[in-house]
Design a protein around this ligand. Structure first.
Ligand code: SF4
Length: 313
């Protein structure tokens, strides 16, 4: 089996109690059958607490407490389950998150999602072009998968071509992969995203702000302000391409995946420009937070991803 990961991946670590938007708050946490059996075998006070904290209705899951907190997230922001039994005790979803995996025949790709602020900080602060690390060999090579991987590498090479501006790279990507993005104003894009499923109130506020103030954004001024920090947008583009390009294996449509990657990067540029136009400041922390919201709201909602892919097809 071939394993692939971006070169920054081994440096990821959860910042636990220092995390402002813990993934243990506001997300439904499903429990896989193996972990459920393990939890049910635990005796004593922790066993009792587990019994009271798990709903067996439909997919077994933890019953979230006040403020949609995981019942095992303590007041110090630490996980009582880990404190009780170490990381091995965790169910699959908690062990994995924010790691994601993509599967192709003979090949597994791993990465960390922007919905986690520690991952966002790591990804967006990379200054050098990100490289993909490969270990192992594909035992039964699949011609279609190999072609897609080669095409994605071509897309990544375009995205990382620092002899061109980011706008030129985006146009080159759309041209090469027959991508298409509707020519909408910032206000119209706000409407498109407001029509999608939304989770956090703060994301709705961001989009309503774009709808109300979108026509006043100073994009050229923001581009000048971001001089020297263009790599943040390169890393976003590379992240979206790495994560979503190969899903074309399922539907055969590379163009919509490239278009989605470019659109997502442009939306984050637009929202950054809006923030800067209104406040005069846009820090790396602001960028990480915007990317976190975008990822949580869009990438982690299959309905939203499907809606955008369909629109861009
Ligand atoms: S969001 Fe990331 S940093 Fe925060 S608790 Fe989850 S894994 Fe850790």
């Amino acid at each position: 089996m071939q394993m692939v990961y971006p070169d920054y991946y081994p440096s990821f670590s959860c910042i636990a109690d220092r995390c402002k938007h813990s993934c243990c708050i506001g997300w439904e946490i499903d429990i896989d059958p193996e972990s459920l059996a393990r939890f049910q075998a635990i005796e004593g006070p922790m066993g009792q607490r587990l019994k009271e904290s798990i709903s067996l209705e439909e997919t077994p899951h933890f019953i979230l407490g006040e403020g949609e907190r995981c019942p095992f997230l303590n007041e110090k922001g630490l996980c009582d389950l880990i404190l009780h039994g170490g990381e091995e005790i965790l169910c699959q979803i908690c062990t994995d998150h924010p790691r994601y995996r993509s599967f192709l025949p003979g090949r597994t790709e791993i990465g960390v999602g922007l919905c986690c602020e520690a991952a966002g900080q790591l990804i967006l602060s990379q200054k050098e072009p990100v490289k993909l690390c490969v270990s192992g060999t594909a035992e039964e090579p699949d011609a279609e998968a190999e072609l897609l991987v080669a095409l994605r590498q071509e897309a990544l090479d375009i995205a990382q071509d620092r002899t061109r501006s980011l706008t030129e790279r985006e146009s080159a990507l759309l041209e090469r992969f027959q991508g298409w993005i509707p020519d909408l104003s910032p206000v119209q894009w706000a409407e498109v995203y407001l029509d999608l499923e939304r989770l956090e109130e703060t994301w709705t506020e961001v989009l309503e702000n774009l709808r109300n103030q979108g026509e006043y954004i100073d994009r050229e001024g923001f581009a000048r302000y971001m001089k020297g920090r263009e790599t943040e947008y390169e890393q976003l583009l590379v992240y979206f391409l790495y994560r979503h390009f190969l899903t074309a294996y399922e539907d055969g449509d590379v163009g919509s995946k490239v278009s989605f990657s470019v659109l997502s990067t442009r939306m984050l540029f637009l929202l950054g420009a809006l923030c800067w136009t209104q406040t005069g400041v846009f820090t790396l922390a602001d960028q990480v937070e915007l990317a976190r919201q975008y990822s949580a709201e869009i990438e982690y909602s299959q309905d939203n991803l499907d809606a955008l892919f369909t629109m861009l097809m």
